[in-house]
Design a protein around this ligand. Structure first.
Ligand SMILES: [Zn+2]
Length: 153
């Protein structure tokens, strides 16, 4: 079960028990913890992630029957069509999803990580596609992404 799902499950049960909604800060902290579990160091500079920024840039479900599935999202990433990729923002609780993280490096490069967020209980998130971008491509990606960047403390 993927970290985003666990987080949402926890939020839901908390809602049921105490009717306390999960704060956006808690969701962001959980997402960052999930990212840190997948990569220990920056794929660009091989240094620790502290001082980098990250973005959960896109997400989509692995449902081939949908017109905009995770398969289409991964193709957009492979084409480096960042503005198209950034329009994918549907996460489906009942099936496997793809999450696309971007790590922005102070060295001027960026790493794009596509992660499979599995529905199955006990299954772990795993990186299914990973790419390090040069400075020119990083600038294109940053300008295509909506304002969703967070600093990694
Ligand atoms: Zn770096």
């Amino acid at each position: 079960m993927g970290f985003l799902r666990e987080l949402l499950d926890r939020a839901t049960s908390r809602l049921l028990v105490k009717a306390v909604p999960m704060s956006m800060a808690a969701v962001e902290a959980g997402t960052l913890a999930g990212l840190r579990a997948l990569v220990e160091t920056c794929p660009c500079c091989n240094h620790e992630l502290s001082g980098h920024s990250y973005s959960l840039a896109a997400m989509a479900a692995f449902d081939p029957s949908r017109p905009r599935s995770a398969y289409d999202l991964l193709k957009a990433i492979s084409r480096r069509d960042w503005s198209e990729a950034a329009t994918y923002n549907e996460w489906e609780g009942g099936m496997d999803d793809a999450l696309v993280f971007v790590i922005g490096c102070p060295a001027g490069c960026a790493a794009v990580l596509a992660v499979e967020d599995p529905y199955m209980l006990g299954a772990k998130d795993r990186i299914i596609q990973s790419e390090v971008l040069d400075a020119a491509e990083t600038r294109k990606l940053v300008s295509a992404l909506p304002d969703k960047w967070r600093l990694i403390p």
